[in-house]
Each structure stands twice: as structure tokens, then as C-alpha cells.
Design a protein around this ligand. Sequence first.
Ligand code: SF4
Length: 375
Amino acid sequence: MEIYVHIPFCERKCNYCDFLSGPADENTKQIYTDALITEIKKRAQSLSRGNKVTSIYFGGGTPSVMTPAQLGAIYTAIGHEFVIDRDAEITIEVNPKSGRDKLHYLREIGFNRLSIGMQSSHKSELELLGRIHTYDDFAECFIDARDAGFKNISVDIMTAIPGQTEQMLSATINKVLDFSPEHISTYSLIIEKGTPFYERFGDIEGPVVGEETERKLYWMTVDMLKDKGYKHYEISNFAKPGFESRHNTGYWKRVHYLGVGLGASSCLPEKEFDARMRNTTDLATYVKDPLAQEEYNVLTKNEMIEETIYLGLRMMDGVDTDAFESKFGCTVRSLYGDTIDDLVAQGLVYEGAGSLSLSDLGIDYGNHVFAQFLK
Ligand code: SF4
């Protein structure tokens, strides 16, 4: 089992962000910490004690805006209530202005993986995005993180930023590669409703830079990172051998996970099927009742099958069709033979011995391919 901890606070809201996050005062952060610890204790009581936790992920928001004492208290509560695997991957998302002392503290209490939201090395792009940091902040943060003992660091890069050229993106990528992080995530900017970018760029479908440019930037990124020895293991994720994100891989492989915190989602076993649930997204409701949920769906077998396929196809190794057969008692081909034949004929998927995966063309048309497996 994996655990996700949602910290919904940031220093300032970025111009493109529609995540459940925003600035908060110190009092609110402390009240939230107390509610989170209550939730962790109560959820642990209702779960089987035998489950070993293989990954813990503090995401947000920006978890590093919390004080060391608050992060330590949340981490300690998890350690008290759950059996954490000796080799567990324990990640925290940090902004590049987290500061040396906090990074040292995080490593000391047990975090062993950092995810740094760098996004771009260009001042103009960072300002456009509304980020609070500079490239120099990122560089200092990375050096401090290594100094604190982090041997597994992921860096986020944003692509398809309005006005971004291939030269600009390749400069950002090269500046990240200078630090040789173990993992790199790249995300194409999409304009979301309710954000300042939506007001500015309008209700456009797809990337602001246009589909063709977005694809060019994507494949340039893939080529540059593969060339430097990174494995392209998921549509948007790259890792040095052995450093694939366990948390994200678990999600794509449908490993059970408990999400705690405001709006956090979980996928947990419910008799023979799985249930997907989501905590309340209202902060006042959450601090009053940290077990309040706004969604609780027990999946049908068919829904679990669909999820297994479209999440599995995000991984470059694809869906493990042997594991699928063991789990569901039928083959992928017996359910989707005609669909697979059509997609193979169009060059969108490969069917190998024991796997079904996207081709390069299939990556470009990923959403279309995934939709074919939804009944
Ligand atoms: S730091 Fe991340 S979560 Fe916070 S506003 Fe910016 S993009 Fe959103």
C-alpha cells in the first residue's frame, strides 16, 4: 500500500494552476496539521494493520511551506500508525526556495526523495507562470539537497509555455541535466478554467503554442533525455535506471493507496473489488471532520479492467497482459481483440508477448487510444 499526503498550501498561487491549493496563514496551517494527524490516526484504525507501506508522498500545493515541526508531526503520525517498509520511497515536493536548514531537517526525519518544481530556467517564463523562484534559487536548492544527503531527486520541467521555442526549452533541459537528477518529469501547459491564464489566453482547447509545436517540444525533450541515459518510462516521466517513481508507478499499476488531507483521493480494497474515494474539498468541513468524503464509488469489475488498461498504457512497458489474465481470469484479447487489431493496423499500439503498449504515434494520440478501451 502507498500513502499520499495532501498539503493544500502554497506561498502564492501560480497563474496556470487549478490544483486544490493556495496561500494560508500560520494559524490555518497549524489547524490543518492537527486535522491531518487526526485523519491519519482514524484511517489507520479502519485499515488492516498487516499492510506494509512501500511509498509515502507529500504533495500539494507545496508541502515545504509547512514548518519543520508540522512536517515532522505529520510524518511521525504516519510512522506510529502504519508499518513502513524499510526500503520505502518517501518523497516530498519542495519549492526551490525551501532553504538549506529545512532540507537537512527533512532528510534527517526520513524523507529520501525530493521533487523540485523548477519548471523553467528562464526568468521571463518563470515570471509569466507566476512562480516565486528564480533559476539561481533552483540551483542553490539542488546543491543544498545533495549536501543534505538526498540521493534521489526529481525535477519538474514545464513545456509548451506560451512563447517557448525549441532553443528556450533545450536551454532549460540542459541546465537541469547539468545537475544530473535521478528523475525528470515534464508536463505540457494546459490552460485550465478559473485560472489567470484562462482569463488571459481564453477558452482554447489544447496547448497555447499549438498542437504541432507542443508535439515538437515533447519529442525534442524525449530525444534529449534519452540521449543522456534517462529511461522514458511513462508518457511524461524519465528516470535513470532504478529511479522510476515508485509512487507514480504504483498509481499507474493500480497499487492500493490511501490519500489523506483535503481533497485527497484513495483507492482501497472493498471486498473483492476496489473503491475509489475522495475527501471533502472544503477546508472548513475538513478541519471539523477530517473523515468527511465527497465521493465513494465501489468500482465494477469492468471499471477496474478499463482502468488497468488505460493507466497501464501510460507506461512505456505497457499493460502486463499476463498479470491482467491472472487478476481478471480472462485475456485482454478476449475482451478487446477487435479494438487491438484496429489500433495495431493504425500503428498506434504494439502487441508483444505479455504486453500491450503505445507506439510513438500512439503517444501522440494517447487520449484517442485510451478512449477505445472504455465501453
Ligand atoms: S506551487 Fe504548484 S500547487 Fe502551488 S500554485 Fe504553483 S503550481 Fe499550483
